[in-house]
Design a protein. Structure first.
Length: 182
């Protein structure tokens, strides 16, 4: 009896896969449309010895920038682009070159970057933005707590540099919706 019904497995599997293929386009059509970008950010990171570390660093810095800009009152949509992406013509581009993001010899976290802004109404070299954060380790050198404290100090230094960058971008007046803090 088992062998006589086993031939039904293949048609049942084919019918199930056909139903999934028909349902997939319907699910894709329900996705909300992507918001148009109001600001494009391109981040250049110095080369490292690990193959994909530059991408991870650029992505981490981009999410820090996006968070800082939104906390400071920017309501626009910020997107990250790379050298491989095509830039939208009417959308401003903020180019960042990360110079350093590390713990220095004295134990402070440092984040230094240069920036340039290109918009339809003009271009502006924003110069350097830098931030420093104190690093007070409490655990042993190789503990998990030490790694978390290091990450927090580096994040604080990046936030400080990006707040300075926000003020420089707001002073240019090239991006609508960016108000300088008083």
């Amino acid at each position: 009896m088992k062998t006589s019904l086993s031939f039904l497995r293949i048609p049942a599997a084919l019918a199930a896969s056909a139903a999934l293929m028909l349902a997939a386009p319907a699910a894709e059509s329900k996705k909300p449309a992507a918001k148009p970008a109001d600001l494009q950010v391109m981040i250049d990171v110095p080369p490292t010895w690990r193959p994909f570390l530059e991408d991870d660093i650029a992505e981490a810095l981009f999410y820090r920038l996006k968070d800082v800009f939104h906390r400071r009152g920017y309501k626009g949509e910020v997107v990250q682009i790379t050298d491989l992406d095509r830039e939208a013509k009417d959308v401003p581009v903020l180019r960042l070159n990360l110079t350093e993001w590390r713990l220095d010899r004295t134990g402070n976290a440092q984040c230094t970057l240069t920036a340039a802004l290109t918009a339809a109404t003009g271009a502006k070299n924003l110069g350097f933005a830098s931030g420093t954060a104190l690093f007070w380790p409490h655990g042993s050198r190789w503990s998990l707590n030490r790694q978390v404290e290091t990450a927090d100090a580096l994040e604080d230094a990046a936030n400080s540099a990006l707040r300075e960058l926000y003020d420089a971008v707001a002073r240019t007046g090239l991006i609508a919706g960016l108000a300088a803090k008083k």
